[in-house]
Design a protein. Sequence first.
Length: 506
Amino acid sequence: MTETNDIVMMKGICKTFPGVQALKNVDLHLKRGEIHALVGENGAGKSTLIKVLTGIERQDQGTIVFDGKEVAIRSPHHAQELGISTVYQEINLCPNLTVSENIMIGREPIKLGSIDWKAVNKQAVHILDGLGISIDVTQSVGSYSVAIQQMTAIVRALEISSVKVLILDEPTSSLDIHETHQLFRVMSKLKSEGVAIIFITHFIGQVYEIADRITVLRNGEWIGTYQTDSLPRLELIAKMIGRSLDAYDSMQKTKIETSQHIKKEDVLLDVKGLGLSGSIQPFDLELHRGEVVGLAGLLGSGRTEIARLLFGVDQPDSGSVTMNNKPVKDFSPLESIGRGIALCPEDRKAEGVVGELTVRENIILALQANRGYFKYLRQQTQYEIADRYIKMLKIATPSADQVVNNLSGGNQQKVILARWLAINPQILILDEPTRGIDVGTKAEIQKLVLSQAEEGKACIFISSELEEVLRISHRIMVLRDQQKVGEFSDEVDEQSIMKIMAGGEE
């Protein structure tokens, strides 16, 4: 076979699951020493295509040529033997083990019949130094930031076999801007060494920052592969969602209209000096009916800590809270639900959806908890509620009885939103509600938030994407180092906020 620069050629890949054609004649050509972005909405087929390439699933039709030879990838272990490694969004490490133990696990050097720990640590340091990462490898990996854990997972993937293809599935979803750039430096170094990288992400800006080429999937079909520098961003988004971006255009209009109805004297939540030692410094916050307040700050700045305090997950050790002119004395999630406060948590898998339950059971969960054990919702009522929100939020599910684990990430996020909308809350606290979901679903969720504001509800909106915070918020509170450092109207520009987040003027 003629030598080419392609390390992977997937041609005409088809895959059908019961009732769903996940992939239909999909192509992917990956070159040696390139960073190739794989993009598309949730449910576009990205995960299924990667599962086929890594041997988790077998294609129904189509061929895979790897390193010049047609192959049938039988299992993930076979994929690793070929030189294909994957680092998933949910980092699969042993947090109680050290960095070096995680990197070398199963491949530890032996001396005199036992593990040579000195050699283990030395080898781990050597590997990390080669990628420009300098850390104490004898510390538990769980004690480090998500960014370092991500790097450790990548290094372990590289060390399992002689990697020719590295697949990174949403590697930056939990990283701040500095950590992302550190990861990009590692990716660029691997690229220079001839490693081909498949980069799966929903961050369009990052695609244009690091990727050489882009493959777009939509509804399980291949839309095209493009040179990054020849594909305008708006055109990319239009190809991903298959429609224009009217939702974004109308959002600005809606935000302006809702802002005209916000009355400063109509305070729904009044927070004075609320804080928790070691978590968040005392802060003040007024939240008005019909208002969206965005929290901007880097990871660790205190955004999630504020959400947890206001919802009663954590107990404050200073300050006071008044809601509807009544002092709040008891801080607990159940009391908060009773007061009409809802929290969509940052980690939807660990703290949001109950994966083994159905869509219906997940949606009515908070409402049933608020009613109490002895006021059980009739099953017919449960279905009516679930069907109403499935229709309202356009949740892609065969029925209300579908197990939530079988839904895409974006649809799981919609299920969590439905759960809280079902209690008809006065205040919605949304912590990273659009993380890891596609552009189209992101726009739908943002539009939903503004529609709730139109109805007089208040919202606290947290996002690592500053552009998103600016787009949706009437007012923005900036955090740094676990304290509030500024508050602005929505007219502030992105550069000014970034400067304050990084430690500039206040």
